[in-house]
Design a protein around this ligand. Structure first.
Ligand SMILES: Cc1cn([C@H]2C[C@H](O)[C@@H](COP(=O)(O)OP(=O)(O)OP(=O)(O)O)O2)c(=O)[nH]c1=O
Length: 193
């Protein structure tokens, strides 16, 4: 019996973290084709539904351009007291996020969607609990000066200086960085069969 050929993988993401994470577990995308979609949450949309809807929408925007490939899309959402925190583009937004996250637990929701070469879509929703230490004003100021919050959900990046804020974490660490690797590899293996 001959092994079936491994289909090419397309990463539907502009996030360098997602590419690094995929490579970490031995996947090299044949192409990177980011989705350009409206990421505004619907009114009263629940965070888990939102994370899954975004992953699916990114996939659906890109998969039709790559018939016969495996296509992977993902979305990370930081939730504090049921509020979806923004992907921070302005310093004031990042300060607001860090002030909310200080001394409290929050959730990082990772939506992942994979299309098989035949176009079948499978999704996963992964939840990680994170607790930050109480942040002094000077710590927030120093973090803002680092710029590491730019473009990150919830205004921080656990893979950088914000690692020093993490007093507790339960669940998938890679999910917080941008892609839950255990679940993603499971989806990719199942879709490649
Ligand atoms: C919480 C957290 C988020 N992030 C990043 C991961 C994602 O890039 C970003 C969340 O935004 P996303 O909308 O999930 O992703 P993106 O816009 O960067 O890329 P694309 O939609 O093209 O896939 O926040 C970190 O890098 N570290 C962290 O600790």
């Amino acid at each position: 019996m001959s092994a079936s050929p491994i289909p090419p993988l397309v990463l539907a993401s502009a996030s360098p973290r997602r590419l690094d994470l995929l490579r970490q577990v031995g996947y090299e995308p044949a192409a990177i084709d980011p989705a350009d979609i409206d990421e505004t949450p619907h009114a009263r949309e629940l965070p888990r539904a939102y994370a899954l809807r975004m992953a699916r929408a990114k996939l659906e925007a890109v998969a039709p351009r790559h018939a016969g490939a495996l296509v992977l899309a993902a979305d990370s959402v930081v939730v504090c007291s049921r509020r979806i925190l923004p992907k921070t583009e302005e310093e004031a937004e990042a300060r607001d996020c860090l002030t909310r996250l200080s001394g409290r637990r929050h959730r990082v929701l990772g939506g992942v969607a994979v299309a098989s070469p035949s176009g079948k879509v499978q999704t996963r929703l992964v939840e990680t609990i994170v607790r930050f230490k109480r942040l002094e004003r000077a710590e927030i100021d120093a973090y803002l000066a680092s710029g590491e919050w730019r473009g990150k959900a919830g205004g921080y990046a656990i893979q950088g200086r914000a690692a020093a804020f993490v007093a507790f974490l339960s669940g998938s660490y890679s999910n917080v960085v941008g892609l839950p690797l255990f679940e993603t590899v499971g989806l990719l293996k199942s879709a490649a069969r």
